[in-house]
Design a protein around this ligand. Sequence first.
Ligand code: ADP
Ligand code: MG
Ligand code: MG
Length: 889
Amino acid sequence: MARYVYDFTEGGRDMAALLGGKGSNLAEMTRLGLPVPPGFTLTTEACRAFLDTGGEPPGMWEEISEHLTAVESAAGRLLGQPDDPLLLSVRSGARFSMPGMMETILDIGLNDESVLGLAKVSGSKRFAWDSYRRLVQMFGRTVMGVDGDLFERAIAAHKAQRGTRDDHDLDAAELAVLTEEFKAIIRRETGEDFPQDPAEQLRRAVLAVFESWNGERARLYRRREHIPDDLGTAVNVQRMVFGNLGPDSGSGVAFTRDPATGRPGLYGDYLPDAQGEDVVSGIRNTVPLTELERLDPLSYRRLLDHMGTLERHYRDLCDIEFTIERGTLWMLQTRVGKRTAEAAFVLAAALADEGVVTPDEGLARVSGEGLAQLMFPRFDTSATGDPLARGVPASPGAAVGAVVFDSAEAVRRAAAGEKVVLVRQETTPDDLPGMIAAQAVLTSRGGKTSHAAVVARGMGKVCVCGAEELAVDTGRRRFTTRDGTVVEEGTVLSVDGTAGAVYPGSVPLVDSAVMRFLEAGAGDHATTGVVDAVARALTRADSVRQLEVRANADTPEDAARARRFGAQGIGLCRTEHMFLGERRRLVEEMVLAGTDVQRDRALAALLPLQREDFTGILEAMDGLPVTIRLLDPPLHEFLPDRTELAVRIAAAEARGERPDAHDVELLTAVNRMHEENPMLGLRGVRLGLVVPGLVAMQVRAIGEAVAQRLLAGGAPRAEIMVPLVGDVRELRIVRAEVQRVLAEVSETSGVPVTCPVGTMIELPRAALTAGRIAGEAEFFSFGTNDLTQTTWGFSRDDVEAEFFSAYLDKGVFPVSPFETLDRDGVGRLVRLAVAEGRAARPDLKIGVCGEHGGDPDSVHFFHTAGLDYVSCSPFRVPVARLEAGRAAL
Ligand code: ADP
Ligand code: MG
Ligand code: MG
């Protein structure tokens, strides 16, 4: 038969799955000989069995009774014994810490009789009645489901009567009256009496804690923290010790080091004459832990001692909860403490220096997400009031600027040296110039994977999206907040992308030292504290990682920055941005060309411009590989918007004028090229097969750039990448064209120009036929954005807003598959393509480009899948380096 109960002396820290975090650590402290009030733990299995069947698992109660008897005989008294009651706490404690999310019930065992016994043996009536009223209150609320406010109101009424704001000023008689009132509330609300039988109290408290696993708060918390719903919680039943027995008693919380900075020192709060819940609830003001040294030097010294023991034993920062009962110190909880990103890095370095952990263990304890946070400037919000609005924290960091409502205005003001915040309902690719010009992007619609969010993250730009309380009126160039505040264009705002908040005016910024260090390239600095710690973590990561890290970069500036951030090449150089701006006219000519001659003329005009782009990038990445992707998006993306054209023509006609002939011609072309599903339409390699001369022009530009760099004494390493291939024959045709053009370039330039030709794997069919495709490809690069879209059969742009949030809410996605690679589906295609591609061509180089390349979880997957490199936006390069290192540990 299953075993459901473990004594604290039987468990240990490695049993967290079964005993929960709190239970396993209580057991560990017990084994270390620290003063832990005795008790036992009901397993998470018991909880799951209870939640599954809705009934108490058979045999559980007998087990509890046995363990209870042991606790009773050790204490020399019985649970609720009338003249000298043993009291118990019943504490929740799941596998992963969910602070305050589930229930804990203290002082089980008190009733109308034993409260009198407790008063006598403790010598304090006030204490006894305070404990009893706490029990009735907690039990009433958590076990019997009474609205907690009813109790709080009753307390408030008594305090008002007393003319005090402190619970502490209520005396024994008042607390006795209050307890009776609480019991009456319970009776009124539930039709049932507060149970007097201690055994019944215990049993119902245990089941209530089990049930609190499925409480609304707990469920929400798990969703946000990505904790699975089916783990269940353990329950710890423990002898009570009392911090509310007078001035020589008290409760506190402490950290073995500063959890904000990681620096050594003792941090914590203490509250004399109080039970632990009072410390965090903020009912009374705590004193700094150092005060304890004065109040009770012996307990203070013991506490320091135990904290030292714990930190050495856990080899990490620990936080603890403790209670002092009449000069005796009791340890009630410990765990490896939560910390800020800064503290994580500083601590990892310090513990490695102290020889407490190895450098690899130090690396394991920091994270890419933490590094990303440290790279952004931060607001000092200590003196700011409430935010104007809140939204989704889509891209972290802090930015200040004047509000503008469209891309053109953003560009205009930025060019004049002004800092701006671009505010839109949502953004589209047309807003790109404005997004680039702005310090931050703020939208009233869309989630973490909306256009604004994805693009902003890619650019390392601050973004708050989905601030639904904002009514954005682009026409009148203003927005209105929920409380009716009107914000006009030009008003200065502060946007906090880390917290997802927007403040009026200019909140002061704290610069990121880490970013300054990374931007400067490999360390020539005297570094201190967190910067030094980051540098060391990155160095370690670089020395152990197997994945190379490249960057996605389309301009020489981005390439240069990526290189400073440690990129080992460019994994994706998109050529479509090079078709925008003034060059649109040439693209239009190419599209509209009625004859080969006209088209060739347009292409010929584009050629030198493209060549220049490539030369600059190859120069910035000299000696390192640059993977250039041939044009990917449908051509009509470069033409004016269909509706806009139609409106322009109609307006001209309405004025009785002849519409512009060029507009009419364009509209015809746009109509002809219109696609219902452009994502699945004429794009990628299909363009190369259908639009004569396009591939040749791009390849010639690349080849000539390579030749030029070679002649200039450089070491260009261009690689040509074909997008959206689904069948090897597509690639074969394009590849032949590439070889032909490169041969021509070699011939005319007089320098031999060769470039590896590879393909993106971004269609399921490509992955499924990777073995054959590898016959024509020297490298693969997984385009995981498209591969995710085509595997799931949804387009990111179309489904993101409503449908994604519903899917996240309902738990279909634990996290958006565009943020973190879907290992089960898309990941399986990746593994298959890697295996079959390498089988066909053992030296096949395989990488990934797209958002996932900079996502920590996905980087770990790509490591295990055996890829050669990941490529991500320049700002994510340090993050990817760190995570690739951690993945290799
Ligand atoms: P949480 O998980 O929300 O921190 P805990 O189980 O730690 O809940 O309980 C909350 C508080 O109750 C603790 O901080 C501690 O002060 C108090 N408490 C719990 N068990 C005992 C006990 N056996 N004796 C005295 N106080 C206790
Ligand atoms: Mg606790
Ligand atoms: Mg793609």
